[in-house]
Design a protein around this ligand. Structure first.
Ligand code: SF4
Length: 708
């Protein structure tokens, strides 16, 4: 496939880190180096960038860690050797073909990333679902947004964020739960801060077991016990009903399930709920009062709700607050999941998870499968959902999965119970790693290493948290023999003998994806690279014809995508499924991000400035717990669970609840050793519906570390 190599000196693009999707202007010097600035004309960030975005140029210009050419070994005892693309892809195709023939299509899998561009996601999905005949494609988006996806589908009938960023300035109450946007979605949070600064009556409620920087502007911080979100949301729902602060017209005419919901939220007294959550009754009433008084109410959440063994229930209990108050589909109101990765949304649009189908079609619907199969012209699409992220590594361990192709992700740092994932890769018969950097731990287990082009070295599209699609220019050339991911996948598909992968450009892939969305709820059949280049960005749906305009806000007509066209209020049961503390492991561990690092630090870890804020992994622990363990500030702590150990310095702080400890999720072998990897101890327990892991809750023991 030929790739457009035409470029000019200054380009627009989109930040490749979080789902806020800030616009950037990239200027290329004559010597090929770039500078990156915030795009003043872009609606999302109006020129602002956070610390990570401001330092993007250093990650682009520093190519010392880049993989430059394909490498391969013919057996596990051989060292890796440099080979040509032809040999690497020929051998990979031969091994995949052999496994598929001998063990079936479910013996191979692709593990991708929410950082892949939409076109990359599209061709991988087409390859495995439409031609190999298995649904074994999952991504690290499973680790962050899959509970929100399931929640939206169950409540609204579709995986759809109803809101747009401009609703922030129209809202007068924000319920921020399981999120620290001041650190993790900083530019969006600056808009909330600015709005609050000019409108002091705006109320901000932050729900978090930790005191975070997001609490700095909060009118109310509900420092709940980890895992009690459903109880808290139900308690607030109960007070809203008691106070008559619900939207009766919406509940009667545009929603279903209210009576069952009322029964569930009245099963527990407010006092009992307060006791379970570890917050006061007065504070629950105050939160309900703020929400009840609001003309515009936005609920905002991310990993604290999603990364849980009851993540879908937590999502549904939160969506209920918007539904019973009718705060959806109108200016300044709506549920708003903050997407962790830059293109997790785009990945979902093409069906980039093992239980999804292209254009938000349903994998379990035979008509939908047939429609997509006919469009692609390949093999019958399997009705059986594929393996999810953690399940893939379990399947490598028990031998069901023979080969895995990992691209744009570092699962040995980011997956829960990392030792299990490591064992899986050790046992894998064949591992392909498609990567830009020579740092990720996965490379030591690879049989084939394929060097990929990075951000600015390829063109494509991404969708941010408000359904806003942007076009990313190709600005610089990839080093060595590295290739754009779409080109690698398409070359491989052709080696496998599959038709339909001979695109002349990334634009052609996008056109095909856009055509496949026609008539669906996420119809973007009116879009093309030409439209995106002209308009800079648009929000889906964007159908062709007269309706082509983009859609800032969904459900303004109060018609939902459910069979009844009504939103569904779910009477969510209260259920605690997480690993509970006991005598051996008496503390609750929760994990999360820090301000200046991104995921497993393969990019942000290259920038010294970004290490100044926090340079080392640490254990945050309450003074009372630390005193009991005779652990002092800066001392080395040993954190153990039933799965493994972590050794990091203690940070004694009143910002965390007693009985709870916190580890940042970024560290692993890339910057340090696997002894500071939080996921040595986390649990691989999954939400039964979304299959998202329980990163925010497991039982651990903490001790002073004594050198042997
Ligand atoms: Fe990039 Fe997110 Fe920071 Fe914006 S807020 S600059 S998208 S990391």
């Amino acid at each position: 496939m030929s790739v457009n190599t035409q470029y000019k000196d200054t380009f627009t693009s989109t930040c490749c880190y979080c789902g806020v999707g800030c616009g950037v202007v990239v200027s290329k010097e004559k010597n090929g180096t770039v500078t990156v600035e915030g795009d003043k004309d872009y609606s999302v960030n109006k020129g602002m960038l956070c610390s990570k975005g401001m330092n993007l140029q250093y990650t682009v210009n520093d190519k010392r860690d880049r993989l430059l050419y394909p490498q391969m070994r013919y057996n596990k005892n051989m060292p890796m050797q440099r080979v040509g693309w032809e040999e690497a892809l020929q051998r990979t195709a031969a091994v995949f073909s052999t496994f598929i023939k001998k063990y079936g299509p479910e013996s191979v899998a692709f593990y991708a990333s929410g950082q892949c561009l939409t076109e990359e996601y599209y061709v991988i999905n087409k390859l495995i679902k439409g031609f190999i005949g298995s649904n074994n494609i999952d991504t690290n988006s499973r680790l962050c947004m899959s509970s929100a996806v399931a929640g939206y589908k169950m409540a609204l009938g579709e995986d759809s964020v109803p809101i747009c960023y401009d609703d922030i300035e129209l809202a007068d109450c924000f319920y921020v739960t399981g999120a620290n946007p001041a650190w993790c979605h900083p530019i969006l949070w600056r808009r909330v801060e600015a709005h609050k600064a000019t409108n002091p009556d705006v109320k901000i409620i932050v729900v978090d077991p930790r005191v975070t920087d997001s609490c700095a502007i909060a009118d109310l911080h509900l420092q709940l016990n980890p895992g009690t979100d459903v109880v808290l949301n139900h308690a607030i729902g109960r007070v809203l009903i008691e106070n008559g602060d619900i939207d009766l017209d919406f509940v009667r005419n545009h929603a279903q399930g209210f009576e069952q919901y009322r029964e569930v939220v009245f099963q527990r007294t407010l006092g009992k709920s307060a006791e379970i959550c570890g917050v006061s009754e007065e504070d629950i009433r105050l939160a309900a009062k703020y929400i009840g008084n609001a003309k515009g109410f936005i609920s905002m959440w991310t990993m604290g709700l999603n990364q849980s063994a009851i993540g879908v229930n937590k999502n549904l209990s939160l969506l209920n607050l918007n539904l019973i108050t009718g705060h959806i589909g109108k200016p300044g109101s709506g549920p708003f999941s903050l997407t962790g990765q830059p293109n997790a949304m785009g990945g979902r649009e093409v069906g980039g998870l093992s239980n999804l189908l292209a254009a938000h079609r349903n994998l379990n619907d035979p008509a939908h499968r047939e429609e997509v199969q006919k469009f692609w012209g390949g093999t019958a699409i399997s009705e059986k959902p594929g393996l999810t992220a953690t399940e893939m590594f379990e399947a490598l361990n028990d031998g069901r999965l023979k080969a895995i192709w990992i691209l744009c992700s570092n699962p040995l740092t980011s997956l829960p119970n990392a030792r299990m994932a490591e064992e899986g890769l050790k046992k894998a018969r064949f591992v392909v790693v498609q990567e830009i950097s020579n740092k990720p731990e996965t490379l030591s287990y690879a049989d084939v290493i394929l060097p990929a082009a990075a951000w600015t070295e390829k063109e494509g599209t991404m969708t941010n948290s408000e359904r806003r699609i942007t076009y990313l220019n190709k600005i610089t050339d990839a080093p060595g023999e590295a290739l754009p991911d779409v080109e690698i996948i398409c070359r491989f598909a052709r080696k496998m003998g599959y038709k339909g992968f001979d695109y002349a450009s990334a634009s052609e892939i996008y056109q095909e994806h856009a055509r496949l969305t026609a008539g669906t709820n996420i119809d973007i059949s009116g879009l093309s690279y030409a439209v995106l280049k002209e308009k800079r960005s648009v929000q889906w749906p964007y159908p062709s014809g007269e309706r082509a305009a983009g859609t800032p806000r969904l459900f303004s007509d109060k018609i939902f995508y459910t069979p009844s066209k009504k939103a569904i209020i779910h009477p969510v049961p209260v259920d605690f499924r997480s690993e509970q503390p006991d005598e051996d492991y008496p503390l609750i561990l929760t994990t999360g991000r820090i301000r200046d690092q991104w995921h497993t630090m393969s990019k942000t870890g290259k920038v010294n400035k970004l290490k100044k804020h926090i340079s080392q992994a640490f254990l945050e622990i309450h003074p009372a717990d630390a005193a009991q363990l005779q652990l002092t500030e800066g001392e080395m702590a040993l954190i153990s669970s039933r799965r493994g150990e972590v050794r990091v310095k203690a940070k004694v702080s009143e910002n965390i609840k007693q009985g709870v400890v916190f580890l940042p999720m970024h560290w692993g072998k890339i910057l340090g050793s696997d002894l500071n990897r939080a996921n040595n101890v986390t649990s691989e327990l999954l939400d039964p519906v979304s299959k998202e892991p329980d990163f925010k809750y497991c039982a651990v023991r903490v001790e002073r570390y004594k050198k042997p």
